[in-house]
Design a protein around this ligand. Structure first.
Ligand code: CP
Length: 306
């Protein structure tokens, strides 16, 4: 525990230098090739603080810590809710929990709340998703998957489809393109839900194309960023959703070497019968995320010792 000094958090993928990301990806590859010895995080306790729903990130980090020999404690609720009998701020909760842990992995629906919690923490925090803006570990596992598939990260034709203005996964992946410029970044979003201009400042304007529908031709990577849950946000007609959905027909237009990625969960953005295609790589992406999460934990652990 590092209560005696300011901990080093990982808030945004933009904080990491190119060499640091490469080191994490290389380590993930070594872990996958050679396996773990199960003592890398022996004696370490990682707090999983999830204040917004999660399956893959929460369970994936839990499994990663345990496979590395560490243990986890789970925090999913706070007394911040006003109606609680003894209200407590998120900051106070995190200050106390961080005193019991060597590292925290944290998700929150609001980025300012997560930032406040980070400031309160005496243990280093890994941002496991905040607001619509940041999902640095998702970007790491996405890069790991792309590198596994193509052997390189730069010069690819990458298409992002879905509700891009709210996709922290899409935004975080774009942030990495400052290091590995794509030959094309194709943005396909419903009207009013396009990627915000500010997020595109790290990509050459000449590489960016924008479409109000899904166009898979010539893409190396079709990244399905997701659409809002229609039960919660019934803002798109069925017809509009269909324009951004991956069907068998989409596979006919995607090049033979092109892959479909998705951070998941999926609602109906990819038809289930597409899963049988060898180009539907989202579950492989999810499986390989285990190695990337382990590498991120070890990176964070190592740099906090420096
Ligand atoms: N990709 C992702 O963040 O999934 P979860 O919301 O299930 O963690």
């Amino acid at each position: 525990m590092s209560a005696d000094r300011t901990p080093r958090h990982l808030f945004s993928i933009a904080e990491l230098r190119k060499e640091e990301i490469e080191a994490i990806l290389d380590r993930a590859a070594l872990l996958r090739r050679d396996g773990v010895n199960g003592s890398e995080l022996a004696g370490r306790v990682v707090g999983l603080c999830f204040f917004q729903e999660s399956t893959r990130t929460r369970v994936g980090f839990d499994a990663a810590v345990k496979r590395l020999g560490g243990s986890t404690v789970i925090v999913t609720e706070t007394r911040e809710v006003r109606r609680a009998p003894s209200p407590e701020s998120l900051e106070d909760t995190i200050r106390a929990v961080s005193g019991y842990c060597d590292m925290l992995v944290m998700r929150h629906a609001e980025t300012p709340a997560l930032q406040a919690a980070m400031r309160a923490s005496v243990a280093p925090v890994l941002n496991a998703g905040s607001g619509c803006e940041h999902h640095p570990t998702q970007a790491l596992l996405d890069l790991f998957h792309i590198k596994n598939r193509f052997g390189r990260l730069e010069g690819l034709r990458i298409g992002l489809v879905g509700d891009l203005c709210t996709s922290r996964a899409a935004r975080s992946l774009i942030q990495t393109m400052r290091h590995w410029p794509p030959s094309e970044l194709r943005l396909m979003a419903p009207p009013g839900r396009e990627m915000i201009d500010e997020a595109l400042s790290c990509v050459a304007k000449s590489a960016v194309s924008v479409y109000p529908e899904l166009i898979a031709e010539d893409l190396d990577v079709l990244y399905v960023a997701g659409m809002p849950n229609p039960a919660r946000e019934p803002c798109f007609s069925v017809e509009l959703r269909k324009r951004f959905t991956v069907y068998q027909n989409t596979l006919k237009t995607l090049p033979g070497h092109g892959i479909i990625m998705c951070p998941l969960p999926r609602i109906d953005e990819i038809a289930v019968d597409v899963d049988q295609s060898p180009r539907a790589t989202y579950f492989e992406q999810s499986d390989n995320a285990l190695w990337a999460r382990m590498a991120a934990l070890l990176f964070q652990s190592d740099r906090c010792k420096q």
